[in-house]
Design a protein around this ligand. Structure first.
Ligand code: SF4
Length: 703
């Protein structure tokens, strides 16, 4: 038995073949050579997927207050709790906090239940923490959350600028594709913009170790340089954009001359000029960006400052050219399609637009529709802490570890009247605070779709039976919805039925003005759904081949069909280092672990690379902190503290330290880096500033 499915980890969305080895009773995992995202490649995490299967550590049965109960009792308890709180305090007193790990079908049902039937937009997702700044930047510039390019464009580009992205570790298969393309075409150039000298720099022609938070200065300076030296696509700017003059004025005012930009970015003028010349001289440029851009209190402006440079040069919608947001999670994009963020509506429609709300409500035949955006992740947990939100259902995520100011999140859940958690695994920091635990189906057990960074919809297929009483998340929500009295609207028998409804909604009332349209898949049979080959949206008609590239015609998704240059005045990160907290804490992923390790932590081979949490810092900063390589140290911020071993890898610039995000209470006590991170968010996107928290480091034990 060979089952084609999709890797459940990062946003590259690699195709995987799961093959049962009946003699050994194991599942062999290999890369799918036919999948256009990876052509058979897998990284260390994907290759070890077979080690994460099985019942070990799984949550197998429902529990209420730590006692095993029947599934019926647990679901009825959740429904009754939600109903009572809504009756007493209104719909905004309940919330869902979901995840980019969910399949699109799960996400669709969650969004429908909250926005259409309960009548609140208090549903947000851990994708808020990873790409919501990119979403907001796309909407401001293009009118809709569209990624114009595809992975093939990375191979066609003459210059790839990787900004705030340790692609080698965080999107390894994409990195392999880029490295191979560069090997085949040595004239291809790569620039890495990152304060750290990461593994990604191994293939870079130029590394710009910019000061944390200085990206807008860098790209405003680039815009001013391109204009000054005549690298402008005049016809494109005149015919397809608006707002250029204002953006140029702000870029010139804020960036000043090259020397000022170099000073603001903390790099030398020569390197800066080299980058600007490279950008100017290569017609096919991809600027790929990731968490180093998005996770900032100026994240949306950073995204728009990048897009502005592509609009100015007309390098968008053409092979090998465009801005490219690389998403972190396997289904960050699918969540956006169904409106799984508190400020979105399904099918890329706007919650603030009355005509869109009416369309969605009519399609759902729902009793109500949320009339305004709901609480974004950080605000949502603040509202729980303040007692305004009294019931929360957390799905497939571990916010007690991953959210900023995570100790406050822990306290919020302690205070909350009703905490429901559906998860595959037991023993996570968040599970420990649940009143009701619901066992969710895991990878290899559930069916549905995910959409990767290049808009490619791929199937996740079941290849083994459900563990214990675990059920797909959509099934758990439908059962609760029916018990709440929402009989119509949640009678799905399988994921295929949900997918058809999702696809039909994307084309409902869509007169071609909305990019997200998969109406061509709205009538596929269950066999066609089972066999669905990876395909990139839009798919507007039956038998449509999919759309690798968007915006080729220069027609954007705003009312006047013009892209908008968005003014981006640079501003510094919210908190500055000072004498008390002299270092800037940066957080991120490592090569062999995923999120809070509930799965990858179970694969022995993955723990051999970096077996414990660490604090990476410059050797001279370590000296100033009286710690040294290999020693235990305590890192403290205004919000929290953790203990880990010091590492002086040589990757860190002076003044900055790095701690990985993965470890937590379940794997190493007191190592939740989220507890150290400041809770400031970008005012447009609501994405937290994970890359910039003032910190101090001291020997441990403290003398
Ligand atoms: Fe999975 Fe991402 Fe690795 Fe591909 S690159 S195998 S999607 S973790």
């Amino acid at each position: 038995m060979n089952i084609r499915t999709t890797c459940p980890y990062c946003g590259v969305g690699c195709g995987v073949i799961a093959q049962a080895d009946t003699d050994r009773g194991t599942i062999k995992i290999s890369g799918d050579t036919a999948h256009p995202s990876n052509y058979g490649r897998l990284c260390s995490k994907g290759s070890a997927l077979g080690q994460t299967l099985g019942a070990d550590g799984r949550l197998l049965h429902p529990e209420i207050n730590g006692q095993r109960v029947s599934m019926d009792a647990a679901l009825s308890h959740v429904a009754a709790g939600f109903k009572r709180i809504i009756a007493e305090h209104g719909p905004d007193a309940v919330a869902l906090y979901v995840s980019g790990q969910l399949l699109t079908e799960d996400y669709y049902v969650a969004n429908k239940l909250m926005k259409g039937f309960i009548g609140t937009a208090n549903i947000d997702t851990n994708s808020r923490l990873c790409m919501s700044s990119a979403v907001a930047g796309h909407k401001r510039a293009f009118g809709e959350d569209v990624v114009p390019v595809c992975y093939e464009d990375l191979e066609l580009a003459d210059l790839i600028v990787l900004v705030g992205s340790n692609t080698a570790w965080c999107h390894p298969v994409l990195f392999q594709r880029i490295a191979q393309a560069k090997q085949q075409r040595p004239e291809m150039k790569i620039v890495v913009v990152d304060p750290r000298r990461t593994m990604t720099c191994e293939i870079a022609d130029l590394h710009l170790p910019v000061r944390s938070g200085s990206d807008v200065w860098l790209f405003n300076g680039l815009l001013a340089y391109l204009h000054e030296h005549g690298h402008i696509a005049n016809d494109f700017v005149a015919s397809h954009t608006e707002g250029f003059e204002e953006v140029l004025r702000i870029a010139r005012d804020s960036a000043g001359d090259l020397k000022q930009v170099a000073t603001a970015c903390g790099i030398d003028t020569e390197r800066l000029l080299r980058f600007y010349r490279m950008f100017a001289d290569h017609p096919r440029v991809i600027t790929a960006f990731s968490m180093g851009v998005n996770q900032s209190s100026a994240g949306t402006d950073k995204v728009n400052s990048i897009i502005n440079c592509h609009l100015l040069t007309g390098r968008i919608g053409q092979p090998g050219a465009g801005p490219f947001s690389i998403t972190g999670q396997p289904n960050a994009m699918g969540g956006r399609e169904v409106g799984g963020l508190a400020n979105m509506l399904a099918a890329h429609m706007d919650i603030e637009d009355a005509s869109h709300r009416e369309l969605v409500q009519t399609f759902w035949r729902s009793p109500r529709i949320a009339e305004r955006g709901g609480l974004k992740a950080v605000d949502l947990f603040d509202a729980i802490h303040a007692g305004k939100v009294k019931a929360v259902w957390i799905m497939a995520t571990n916010p007690v570890v991953s959210l900023p100011d995570a100790d406050k999140v822990k306290e919020a859940l302690r205070r909350c009247e009703l905490v429901v958690v559906s998860d595959c695994f037991s023993g996570t920091d968040t599970n420990a605070l649940a009143h009701v635990l619901l066992p969710a189906a895991g990878w290899g057990e559930k069916d549905g779709t995910v959409t990767n960074s290049e808009r490619r919809i791929s199937r996740q297929r079941a290849f083994q039976p459900l563990s214990g009483e675990a059920r797909p998340d959509w099934w758990l929500m439908c059962e609760v919805a029916r018990r709440m009295g929402f009989d119509d609207g949640f009678n799905y028998d399988n994921a295929h039925e949900i997918f058809l409804e999702h696809a039909a909604l994307s084309t409902f009332g869509n007169d071609g003005e909305r990019a997200f349209d998969i109406g061509g898949l709205a009538k596929i049979t269950s066999t066609e759904y089972d066999d669905l080959a990876p395909i990139q949206w839009p798919v507007p008609e039956r038998n449509h081949p999919g759309t690798p590239r968007l915006l080729e015609s220069g027609r954007f998704y705003r009312r006047n069909h013009r892209a908008r240059f968005v003014p981006t005045a640079p501003r510094a990160p919210a908190h500055k280092a000072d004498a008390e907290f002299p270092w800037i804490l940066n957080t991120g992923r490592i090569r062999d672990q995923w999120h809070t390790m509930s799965r990858t932590g179970r694969a022995p081979q993955l723990s051999s690379h970096l077996p414990e949490p660490y604090i990476d810092m410059h050797a001279q900063d370590a000296l100033l902190s009286a710690v040294s390589d290999g020693q235990l140290a305590r890192v403290e911020t205004q919000w929290g503290a953790l203990v880990a071993r010091v590492k002086t890898s040589g990757e860190m610039p002076r003044g900055s330290i790095f701690v990985p995000i993965h470890w937590n209470g379940a794997f190493a006590s007191d190592a939740r880096v989220g507890a150290l991170v400041n809770p400031v968010v970008d005012p447009v996107s609501g994405e937290p500033e994970f890359k910039h928290t003032p910190a101090r480091v001291m020997p441990f034990p403290v003398n």
